[in-house]
Design a protein around this ligand. Structure first.
Ligand code: FMN
Length: 502
């Protein structure tokens, strides 16, 4: 089985490291004038306009993010609830005019590397109030759905997930897909990491919204790739399904198996870019049969990696926070941090809220550990730390002023130098790949990104700024060693107070 030939993941990971990964061409340039159009269009498909109810649920952002509103109601999401989840995960939340050649940029609910918006969302559902059973593509530009297939196709999802007993329980599955070249055009082969980074930040929003509405959910990363891709009519060399998010209570299938014929076609995705390294990594981490998916899921249940299921509620919330909708609307990556401190309570609230478990097919394992550099946190000495999630404790690794280190590790940008805290999510890839094969690489990136997406939101809930960052891979490991000597950085995030505009 190709999935367990893990040299592929090592080669991809090593080859896409900053600064010298051999799969990255140092002379590659990207000009904003060449920014790909960030929306997928289905011109020949019937469109259903969605109306958006922006009313707040009244649920605090921190409660929604930490999924502590878990008394799920018996809910079949209706079209209005689906619109809200789609909008607050992938909708347009603000438009900013830049000088030419960039011009007007529509920013979305979740952060995204380079604002290239390469993640698309699809719906596969039974009949739900206001929406007939079918397969749909979400168009955030027009707040509409394109009808791709009519009928109840959830059996395809159940089959692709090897009848994960829980999958057929759900009325709706959202499928998150990646259009490779839309991001690779700037970031080259490192795009395949970005796919999970940018999908993870969206998923963090989706989970918070599902939680605010008390809708049961589950994330699934183990599925037969080609079956799901075929259901959505994806061109597998150019795009791929990354994750499934199932929502709502059980609904019986309304029909027998339906044929996978005729599907509305999208406009061509033509950005001329060599995707070989991405295609290789994707194929090597693909699962090709039900049997393989079942075996993979059993691995995930084996708890070889240490487990971490602390469900305690937070000791203290740091101050009143905003509602979840307002938090998502006000989120935006901070472009300049002041050197002002945040408080220890704020930091501990952000860390604890964001590292609660998620309901997923990899929920029994803790994949990423959290390390950080504290530049300016009242009550926490400057230095490098390991965050013990179970105990909500910071373990000192090294004390001292480290702004220069934080700035350097974040690709020599001023953002992590100026911020109060630089946070790193790190995974023991040796163990992860041994247990999950190449597919584990996808899971490790996604696990980190969902936590980071939650941290983004938790920071804004407390009116603090945040931004995702990219990093010098090996130098992050070296810096946190020996504690992190077997671990690889999966995601970096800086948190701090925004600088006032002068
Ligand atoms: C994983 C990740 C890495 C990022 N890396 C950087 C970075 O290295 N430097 C930077 O200035 N912004 C970085 N960003 C911020 C994006 O540029 C920003 O999310 C995008 O422009 C969309 O804007 P918004 O987050 O304000 O909605 C990163 C974002 C993410 C999610």
């Amino acid at each position: 089985m190709k999935n367990y030939e893990t040299e592929a993941a090592w080669e991809y990971h090593g080859g896409t490291k900053h600064p010298n990964g051999i799969l990255l061409n140092r002379l590659h340039t990207y000009h904003p004038a060449n920014r790909p159009y960030p929306y997928k269009k289905y011109r020949n498909a019937r469109q259903i306009m969605l109306s958006l109810d922006r009313h707040p649920t009244g649920i605090s952002a921190l409660d929604a993010i930490s999924d502590s509103v878990r008394q799920y109601k018996g809910i079949i999401p209706d079209v209005n609830l689906l619109s809200r989840i789609l909008y607050f995960s992938g909708g347009i939340t603000k438009t900013i005019k830049f000088s030419p050649p960039l011009g007007e940029v529509e920013f979305r609910a979740a952060s995204c590397t380079g604002a290239l918006y390469h993640i698309e969302m699809y719906i596969v559902c039974s009949d739900v109030p206001g929406l007939e059973a079918g397969v749909y593509h979400f168009d955030p530009k027009n707040m509409s759905l394109s009808v791709l297939r009519k009928g109840d196709y959830r059996r395809v999802i159940a089959d692709a997930t090897a009848d994960d007993s829980s999958m057929s329980r759900y009325a709706v599955t959202l499928v998150f897909t990646d259009v490779f070249s839309r991001n690779a055009v700037k970031y080259q082969a490192r795009e395949y990491r970005h796919a999970f980074w940018d999908c993870g930040t969206m998923l963090a929003n989706s989970l918070a919204m599902a939680s605010a509405h008390r809708v049961p959910y589950k994330i699934t990363m183990g599925f037969v790739d080609y079956q799901v891709n075929q259901l959505l009519g994806l061109d597998e060399k150019k795009e791929a399904s990354l994750a499934l998010l199932s929502l709502g209570n059980p609904v019986q299938y309304s029909a027998g198996p339906l044929p996978l014929d005729k599907i509305a076609e999208s406009e061509a995705l033509e950005y001329d870019f060599d995707l070989t390294a991405i295609n290789d990594m994707h194929e090597s981490s693909s699962l090709t049969s039900r049997q393989e998916v079942s075996a993979w899921r059993n691995q995930a249940d084996q708890k070889v990696l240490h487990t971490d299921k602390k469900e305690n509620s937070l000791a203290s919330h740091a101050g009143a926070d905003e509602g979840i909708e307002q938090t998502i609307i006000s989120r935006g990556s901070t472009r300049k941090f002041s050197h002002d401190s945040i408080s220890q309570e704020q930091l501990s609230t952000i860390l604890a809220t964001s590292t609660k478990g998620i309901v997923s097919d990899f929920e029994n394992v803790t994949i990423n550990d959290v390390y950080l550099i504290a530049n300016a946190v009242d009550g926490v000495e400057k230095g490098a730390y390991f965050y013990n999630k179970k105990e909500s404790l910071l373990k000192v690794l090294q004390k001292g002023e480290m702004r220069h280190v934080a700035g350097h590790l974040g690709l020599d940008q001023s953002l992590p130098f100026d911020a109060s805290v630089a946070i790193f999510f790190m995974a023991d890839l040796q163990k992860v790949l041994q247990q999950f094969g190449n597919r584990g690489y996808r899971v490790a990136q996604m696990d980190a990104s969902i936590m980071a997406g939650r941290m983004y939101l938790a920071s804004y809930a407390l009116r603090i700024g945040a931004t995702g960052l990219t990093f010098y891979d090996d130098e992050v490991t070296d810096f946190f060693s020996p504690h992190a000597s077997n671990k690889s950085a999966m995601f970096m995030l800086a948190i701090g107070k925004k600088a006032r505009k002068t």
